[in-house]
Design a protein. Structure first.
Length: 292
C-alpha cells in the first residue's frame, strides 16, 4: 500500500525530514516547506538528519546507512538514547494503521461512519495472509493508529488488545474473491435507505453520471454500474459465502450493499478503495435525491 506519514505531532519545533526515493544521502527540509507526497512513497523512502517524530508515545527516528534507509525506535531517558531497528513489517503496519485512522476521521466528517458503524481493513501480506483491521465497537472518527489490529486468515488477533467485528469474515470473502488489497465498509444514510428501497430488485443500476469514471476501469460516463443488494444477516459464515457467490456471478461490480445496513467496496490499494467509497457514496446520494 501507499503509506501515510505517522500522526501529525512532532517531538519539537525544529523537527525536519525529507524524502529520498533513490538515494541513501540525508536530505533535510523544514516541515512547513515540505512538498513530498506520502501517498507516492514507501516506508523506506523516508530519510532525515537529526530527526525525531512522535508516534503513539514513543519517538521514532530515521537514519541512512550503507545498507539503505531504516526506521528506528529511539528511547530517551537520563540524557541518553538507545535505538532498536524497526523492521519492514513493523514500518508498513504503522503506515497502514495511520492511514486507516485518517480514513476513519474523514469518513466520520462526511457522515458515513457515525457511532460505531463501519469497518476497514488493508492487506499487510498475502502469504501468509495478514490484515490490518479496525476493532469492533470503535468510533471511526476517533481512531488512533494504536487501536488498529493485525489478524490472520482465521481472524486470530496477532497484534492489538481488542478484537475485530465478526464482519472480518466478509472482508476475507472479498479479498479471496477479488484479490483486493483493501476493503472499506460504511453506514451512510443513503446506503441504508437505498439498500432497503432496492432490496426487492436485489440491486440498483446507476448510469449516465460523469462520476462513474472514478471507478477503477471505467472510462465513459455512459457506463452502467450494477450494485447488488444482499439481505443483511448476523450469520457471518453464511453471509460470507453469499458474498463470494455473488462476486463470482458479478465479476464487474465495484461494490455491494447489505440491506438497511451499508456499503462494501474495495480496491487493490487503500487509496483506490477510499476513492471507490467517495464515488459510490456520491452516486448513491445523487440517486437518492433524484429518484422519483
Amino acid at each position: 500500500m501507499k503509506p501515510q506519514m505517522p500522526p501529525k505531532h512532532y517531538a519539537d519545533d525544529t523537527t525536519t525530514f525529507g524524502f529520498a526515493a533513490t538515494t541513501n544521502l540525508p536530505y533535510e527540509r523544514n516541515l512547513d516547506e515540505r512538498d513530498g507526497d506520502p501517498e507516492s512513497m514507501t516506508c523506506y523512502d523516508f530519510v532525515s538528519t537529526n530527526t525525531s517524530v512522535g508516534y503513539s508515545g514513543e519517538l521514532l527516528a530515521t537514519r541512512s546507512d550503507a545498507f539503505g534507509m531504516k526506521l528506528f525506535h529511539q528511547n530517551r531517558g537520563n540524557g541518553s538514547a538507545s535505538q532498536t531497528a524497526v523492521g519492514g513489517d513493523e514500518c508498513c503496519f504503522l503506515d497502514t494503521a495511520s492511514t486507516l485512522a485518517e480514513i476513519g476521521a474523514g469518513f466520520y466528517l462526511r457522515g458515513w461512519v457515525l457511532g460505531t458503524g463501519g469497518n476497514f481493513s488493508s492487506v499487510l501480506s498475502s502469504d501468509p495472509l495478514r490484515l490490518a483491521i479496525t476493532p469492533t465497537g470503535s468510533h471511526k472518527g476517533e481512531l488512533n493508529p494504536t487501536d488498529i489490529l493485525e489478524i490472520d486468515e482465521a481472524g486470530e488477533v496477532l497484534r492489538g488488545s481488542s478484537r475485530p467485528s465478526f464482519e472480518y469474515m466478509l472482508h476475507l470473502a472479498i479479498i479471496r474473491a477479488r484479490g483486493a488489497g483493501a476493503v472499506l465498509h460504511t453506514h451512510s444514510i443513503w446506503a441504508t435507505i437505498l439498500s432497503g428501497r432496492g432490496a426487492p430488485q436485489r440491486g440498483l443500476t446507476i448510469e449516465g453520471y460523469e462520476m462513474l469514471k472514478g471507478l477503477e476501469g471505467v472510462s465513459d460516463h455512459r457506463h452502467r454500474e450494477w450494485i447488488p443488494i444482499l439481505p443483511n444477516s448476523q450469520d457471518m459464515v453464511r453471509l460470507g459465502a453469499t458474498v463470494e457467490t455473488m462476486l463470482d456471478e458479478n465479476p464487474d461490480v465495484h461494490g455491494f450493499l447489505l440491506e438497511r445496513h451499508g456499503l462494501y467496496t474495495w480496491g487493490p490499494t487503500l487509496s483506490i478503495a477510499r476513492r471507490h467509497v467517495e464515488i459510490i457514496e456520491f452516486l448513491l446520494e445523487v440517486v437518492g435525491h433524484t429518484a422519483g
